[in-house]
Write a protein that binds this ligand. Structure first.
Ligand code: NAD
Ligand code: UDX
Length: 465
């Protein structure tokens, strides 16, 4: 029986390993983590992450061919294949601070694998890493392992999106496996392919060399983020020319060379991956003297920051250039719908921007906990002008404005007449996700701003800040 050990029980490691266990009943899968609280949550009824469909998959396999454990050494020792899905955040200090990937967790996982292993193993990079990381890992393993033990490193980047992780894992667009080109490398590639073959159609499994696989993941995220910054840049132009960004997206999407996905203008992209991976790409380019290439990708992040600032400025300038002491309802805090994840959510920057102008925020998100929001907004101590409520109607009571920052479905079907009645007048809606019917809201009496739509007369007439 093949044994798999997944190191890192986070947003990637947990769901990925659970789906392998589901689809390969003959494989024993152990997911290990140094965080005791995470592992005990995986073993409880309240999983550490919210992901539609995840609970059902875990319940089906846990205790059969899927275990969650903090005994990292034991499960590495027993495994034939080790998937490493540890975090690779942006370095916060030292060489490359603010851009390069911090490989501390990866290196410590690799050293643990070298120390513990007494038999040959395949080590799979699941985390997103800089191109040529496998070379460094090979060296760490080769110089620290027991005599005669051999390792093959494969790159098998993960392409799942949060909120749709289970669906993405069960029916992936593609599975990418990169390995060394010699016979041993290719044998390892075939072994890993044999696992995915159990549920992924063969034509969706792509094999490449190691470096192409590693770089493809960074390129993938950079291309996706670039599309969002492109449509967001267009949204700014739409607002002042009378064009409508959703009509523009629709027209673009019909061009088969462009396609329909990732064309939703927004308050800005968030999530733990896009910014981190682009910064990493920028650092790699700069380190290799490719300054023009680095500057090209940097601009994607600059436009994203511009979009978040533009939104805050629009809110403040529309409300007579001051939000000081005014209650503003914030709908949504997660970086996208169907997740409780707030890493790099645009809501953090927008809320901090409004707090900087002394607004009082009443925040409602159906999945994000009060503690998490306070932690994300705190600058050392609890932020007093913030209240976190469990209901959209409560958030809007006596508020001057509403900011929609996450596209949760429930925000589309609220009773906006009731909301309007209970707000201060004039009542404003700032839709950062383009999910509401602007005409209907205007009929009710709201003054509405929706990203990339022609400005309400109100906003055209007020003096510029
Ligand atoms: P995460 O922070 O949710 O999980 C990482 C886990 O690894 C943590 O629980 C941490 O305690 C554990 N860990 C760290 N060092 C360890 C060690 N030495 N031994 C055992 N456990 C250790 O991170 P994530 O969001 O799951 O991302 C993991 C990697 O996958 C990153 O490289 C990320 O870029 C990449 N990725 C993430 C996504 C996503 O949507 N989140 C998608 C694709 C790829
Ligand atoms: C992303 C990649 O899509 C995935 O392939 C990779 O494995 C991990 O990073 P994720 O960050 O989970 O996935 O979510 P994604 O759906 O890509 O959304 C990222 C951000 O972009 C969110 O804040 C989302 O709201 C925003 N977005 C997305 C837009 O603003 N407009 C769009 O059209 C699409």
């Amino acid at each position: 029986m093949v044994k798999i050990c997944g190191i890192g029980a986070g947003y990637v490691g947990g769901p990925t390993m659970a789906v392998i266990a589901l689809k390969c009943p003959s494989i024993e899968v152990a997911v290990v983590d140094i965080s005791h609280s995470r592992i005990s949550a995986w073993n409880s009824d309240k999983l550490p992450i919210y992901e539609p469909g995840l609970e059902e998959v875990v319940k089906q396999c846990r205790g059969k061919n899927l275990v969650f454990s903090t005994d990292v050494e034991k499960h590495i020792f027993e495994a034939d294949i080790i998937f490493v899905s540890v975090n690779t955040p942006t370095k916060s200090s030292g060489l490359g601070a603010g851009k390069a990937a911090d490989l501390t967790y990866w290196e410590s996982a690799a050293r643990m694998v070298a120390d513990v292993s007494k038999s040959d193993k395949i080590v799979v990079e699941k985390s997103t890493v800089p191109v040529r990381t496998a070379e460094a890992i090979e060296k760490i393993l080769a110089h620290n392992s027991s005599k005669g033990v051999k390792f093959q490193i494969l790159s098998n980047p993960e392409f799942l999106s949060e909120g749709t992780a289970i669906q993405d894992l069960i029916s992936p667009d593609r599975v990418l496996i990169g390995g060394r080109e010699g016979p041993e490398g290719q044998e390892a590639v075939l072994k890993l392919k044999g696992i995915y073959d159990q549920w992924v159609p063969e034509d969706k499994i792509i094999t490449t060399n190691l470096w192409s696989a590693e770089l493809s993941k960074l390129a993938d995220n950079a291309f996706l983020a670039q599309r969002i910054s492109s449509i967001n840049a267009m949204s700014a132009l739409c607002e002042i020319t009378g064009a409508e960004v959703s009509q523009l997206s629709d027209a673009l999407s019909k061009n088969t060379k462009i396609g329909p996905k990732f064309l939703n203008a927004s308050v800005g992209f968030g999530g733990s991956c896009f910014q981190k991976d682009i910064l990493n790409l920028v650092y790699i380019c700069e380190s290799n003297g490719l300054i023009e290439v680095a500057n090209y990708w940097k601009q994607v992040i600059k436009v994203n920051d511009y979009q978040k600032n533009r939104f805050v400025n629009r809110v403040v300038s529309s409300m007579f250039n001051t939000v000081s002491g005014k209650k503003i309802a914030v709908f949504g805090f997660a970086f996208k719908k169907d997740t409780s994840d707030t890493r790099k959510t645009p809501a953090i920057d927008v809320c901090k921007g409004l707090l900087g102008d002394n607004a009082c925020l009443s925040i409602y998100d159906p999945r994000v906990s009060e503690d998490q929001i306070q932690k994300d907004l705190s600058m050392g101590s609890e932020v007093k002008q913030v209240s976190i409520v469990r209901d959209a109607y409560e958030a809007t009571k006596d508020a001057h404005g509403i900011c929609i920052l996450t596209e949760w479905d429930e925000f589309k079907t609220l009773d906006y007449e009731r909301v309007f009645e209970n707000m201060q007048k004039p009542a404003f809606v700032f839709d950062g996700r383009n999910i509401l019917n602007v005409d209907k809201l205007r009929e009710i009496g709201f003054i509405v701003y929706s990203i990339g739509r022609p400005l309400h007369q109100w906003m055209n007439n007020i003096p510029k800040p």
